[in-house]
Design a protein around this ligand. Structure first.
Ligand code: APR
Ligand code: ZN
Length: 271
C-alpha cells in the first residue's frame, strides 16, 4: 500500500464530506508528550490498572501504600503541564472551521482538542481539568496549566500522601465546599455521553479513527457503527489498524505527521 496515495484518498474523502467525525485515542496526544496506555513504556507498563484504574483500587493503594504512586503522579502531571496541542489536534480544529468536521469524540482526558479549537468535543472518559464535587456533583472547568502548577506545588510540599492529603490537592467545591475529584471515568464507572457519541457516528458520512488501539468499549464500537450507517472510515495509526475490517483508508503514520499532510492536501483541493 502506498501511503502517499492513502493520504490523497483520505484528503479527497474529507474534502467532500458533509458531516465528518473524529474518534480519537491516546495516540493522538503521543506527539504532545503524553504517554499512551498500551504502547511499550506506556502507562499500563508502569502502573497496574487494578491498583490505579478503578476508584476502589486507587483508594486502596493510597490507603495501603500512598508513597508508591508519587513518582508516577509527578511524572504524569509534568507531562500534562508541558503538553500542547500538536499538528493532529490543530488539524481537527481547522477541519471544524472549514465546515468539514462536526464532532470530535475522544477517549482522552487531556483537554487538548478543546485547546486546539474544536467546539463539539464528546469526552467519553471525561476531562482531567474539570473537577467534580463529591457531594453535590457540581462541576467546574479549570485552567489546565494553572491547576497542574498548583497541584504540583502542593504535591512537592506534601509530607504524607494519605487519602486526606490527596483529597485536599484539588480546590473544594465552590457551591458546598466539599472535596472534589477530576471528572474522569475510571474503569468500572459509567462512560460519558455515549448516546451522543453513537448518534454522531451514525449520522456522519466520514469517521476518522486516530490513535486508538480499539481495545476499550464502547468507544471501540464507533468505527463499526459508522460503517454500518454508510460512512467511510479512515484510520491513522503508525503501528496497527484495529478497524481493518471496516476501514476504507489506512494511514500507517503518526497522527501529527499524517494529519499535517492531509490538511495541506485539503487546503490545495479547496482552492
Ligand atoms: N500517532 C497515532 N497513533 C499512535 C501514535 C502516534 N504518534 N503513537 C501510538 N499510537 C497508537 C498506538 O499504536 C495504539 O494503537 O495509539 C494507540 C494507543 O492505544 P492505547 O494506549 O490502548 O490508548 P487508547 O486506545 O486511547 O486506550 C483507550 O484505555 O486504559 C484506557 O481509559 C484509557 O482512554 C484509554 C482507553
Ligand atoms: Zn458541592
Amino acid at each position: 500500500m502506498n501511503t502517499e496515495m492513502e493520504i490523497k484518498k483520505a484528503a479527497n474523502i474529507l474534502a467532500n464530506a458533509k458531516r465528518s467525525v473524529a474518534s480519537c485515542g491516546a495516540g493522538i496526544s503521543a506527539e504532545s508528550g503524553i504517554a499512551t496506555f498500551r504502547d511499550p513504556g506506556g502507562v499500563w507498563e508502569k502502573l497496574n490498572p487494578a491498583e490505579v484504574g478503578t476508584s476502589d483500587g486507587l483508594l486502596n493503594t493510597l490507603t495501603r501504600d500512598p508513597g508508591k504512586l508519587l513518582p508516577f503522579f509527578i511524572e504524569l502531571l509534568e507531562a500534562f503541564e508541558k503538553a500542547e496541542p500538536n499538528p493532529a489536534h490543530l488539524a481537527l480544529g481547522e477541519l471544524e472551521r472549514m465546515g468539514i468536521l462536526q464532532t470530535v469524540i475522544t477517549q482522552n482526558i487531556d483537554n487538548l482538542h478543546i485547546e486546539a479549537g474544536n467546539t463539539d468535543v464528546i469526552e467519553v472518559h471525561g476531562n482531567g481539568f474539570r473537577i467534580r464535587c463529591l457531594s453535590c456533583r457540581n462541576t467546574e472547568r479549570m485552567q489546565r496549566k494553572q491547576l497542574i502548577r498548583d497541584t504540583l506545588k502542593k504535591v512537592k510540599q506534601m509530607q504524607d500522601f494519605s487519602l486526606d492529603a490527596v483529597a485536599s490537592l484539588l480546590p473544594p467545591c465552590r457551591l458546598c465546599l466539599s472535596p472534589t475529584r477530576p471528572d474522569v471515568v475510571m474503569f468500572g464507572e459509567a462512560v460519558k455521553d455515549i448516546p451522543q457519541a453513537f448518534d454522531a457516528a451514525r449520522r456522519c458520512d466520514v469517521l476518522l479513527a486516530i490513535g486508538t488501539s480499539g481495545t476499550v468499549y464502547p468507544a471501540a464500537h464507533l468505527p463499526f457503527h459508522a460503517k454500518e450507517s454508510g460512512a467511510k472510515v479512515i484510520v491513522v495509526n503508525p503501528n496497527e489498524n484495529a478497524f481493518s475490517a471496516v476501514s476504507d483508508v489506512y494511514i500507517p503514520m503518526k497522527a501529527g505527521e499524517a494529519m499535517g499532510e492531509i490538511i495541506s492536501t485539503i487546503r490545495k483541493l479547496m482552492h
